[in-house]
Design a protein around this ligand. Structure first.
Ligand SMILES: Cc1cc2nc3c(=O)[nH]c(=O)nc-3n(C[C@H](O)[C@H](O)[C@H](O)COP(=O)(O)OP(=O)(O)OC[C@H]3O[C@@H](n4cnc5c(N)ncnc54)[C@H](O)[C@@H]3O)c2cc1C
Length: 381
């Protein structure tokens, strides 16, 4: 099994690092404090080709394989300190553009994918509800057929990008008694009558990524906006979650690598008791542990790319990669704070923000507990 990148992939990764360092990091502390989404950063990333990387060239995408896409996201995570922006891009790509590419009709793809790739349209995913999070298919939002339309009623919560989204992928049940076979995926345009967004949801980290509730009140949606077949939305959701789980932490590999390099530099230059703190074994061991976690997480994530690029299932690997990398990310952020002592705790040093940003990774796209359940199931338990 070969995980090394080609020279073209390395060049692309280096290019995205330079682009991100130059274009995406202005006023980060202030933007985090204010919780401001960067429309400018969004557009610049789209122009760089990030939003459309895994989408077919026919619809304005880059037509890149997943391994290259993962390499670019790793570079983005290394160069870009705006984890909220990266998170918004991830939500857009994996839970909106990708399912549209896989399940969309030619008309749906032609209508939405070019705008999703060039950054004119922002995508979101509305699956979680106040009473059904992990148990997402226990949803209460209903879709009742009315002539050529469906009438949606219900509330979705924790919707990333909600306030800025032009197109929301959402899910509703045709009848709760149908169970999984009632779940249906819908493409919701922001101006559809009966669709609205609640006030902003404030959160601990990823504060530059907007979040709100979605409200459907007799929202009339044309049948042409069903994605896939009516009653087959569980398939759409599971597919989009596998993609999201597979790829959403690729950028964290880059962030962890940058933090490691920062910690090494600090441990080499910060002196206490007349010597560099890196000479104290307990500080050095912490940095070694950070390195071990990165070297364990990276092959897990690239293996997913390798499998999917060969058309193989990466169901189990996606859960392994998501589980391990998210937990490693939180631990590495904590280590980075500790290695920098009191300075690590201070906003100006930016590790406290990255720690807050990292915690969400054990929750979104299926919590750590749910990833363990998936792996246990695959192991026959
Ligand atoms: C930053 C962020 C962004 C998000 N973005 C989106 C988005 O764009 N769209 C969207 O639809 N949702 C989004 N979510 C919601 C996310 O998918 C849910 O938070 C997640 O699925 C968990 O659901 P819940 O919060 O209702 O927790 P619950 O499901 O109520 O879980 C509570 C606790 O119980 C545990 N638990 C639940 N069931 C089991 C089980 N069977 N076995 C073991 N433990 C279990 C959980 O792991 C957790 O620790 C986002 C969440 C976060 C934090």
């Amino acid at each position: 099994m070969e995980y090394s990148l080609t020279s073209e992939q390395e060049e692309l990764k280096d290019a995205v690092i330079k682009f991100a360092q130059a274009e995406l990091n202005d006023d980060m502390v202030e933007r985090d404090r204010a919780g401001t989404f960067s429309h400018e950063g969004w557009k610049k990333c789209a122009e760089f080709g990030i939003h459309g990387m895994p989408i077919s060239e026919e619809f304005g995408g880059g037509g890149l394989d997943l391994t290259t896409t993962i390499a670019v996201m790793e570079g983005l995570g290394y160069g870009c300190k705006d984890q909220g922006l990266i998170f918004s891009i991830n939500a857009h790509m994996w839970t909106n553009s990708i399912p549209l590419q896989i399940f969309g009709t030619p008309e749906q793809k032609a209508k939405y994918l070019p705008g999703l790739c060039n950054g004119d349209l922002i995508g979101a995913n509305g699956a979680s509800e106040p009473e059904s999070g992990s148990d997402v298919f226990g949803m209460a939002t209903t879709a009742i057929k009315d002539g050529d339309d469906y009438i949606l009623n219900g509330t979705k919560t924790f919707c990333t990008n909600a306030q800025v989204a032009d197109l929301v992928m959402t899910y509703a049940t045709l009848n709760p008694e149908y169970g999984l076979m009632g779940i249906t995926a819908f493409l919701i345009e922001k101006d559809m009558p009966g669709f609205s967004i609640s006030k902003k949801i404030e959160k601990m980290g990823l504060r530059t990524s907007p979040m709100a509730e979605l409200i459907f009140e007799d929202c009339r949606v044309p049948a042409a906006n069903v994605l896939g077949r009516a009653g087959r939305g569980a398939e759409v959701f599971n597919c989009s979650m596998e993609w999201e789980r597979s790829c959403i932490l690729a950028s964290c590999l880059g962030t962890m690598q940058r933090q490691l390099e920062q910690c090494i530099r600090y441990a080499q230059t910060r002196k206490q008791y007349g010597k560099a703190i890196g000479k104290f074994q307990s500080v050095a061991n912490r940095i070694v542990d950070m390195k071990v976690r990165i070297e364990t997480a990276r092959p897990l994530i690239y293996k997913i790319g390798w499998l999917k690029d060969q058309g193989k299932s990466a169901d189990m690997e996606a859960a392994l990669g998501k589980l391990y990398t998210s937990e490693a990310f939180v631990k590495n952020c904590l280590d980075a704070v500790q290695i920098h002592g009191g300075y690590g705790y201070m906003t100006e040093f930016e590790f406290e923000r990255e720690l807050r940003d990292s915690v969400g990774s054990t929750l979104y796209s299926g919590t750590t507990e749910i990833q363990r359940n998936i792996i246990a199931r695959r192991l026959g338990l």
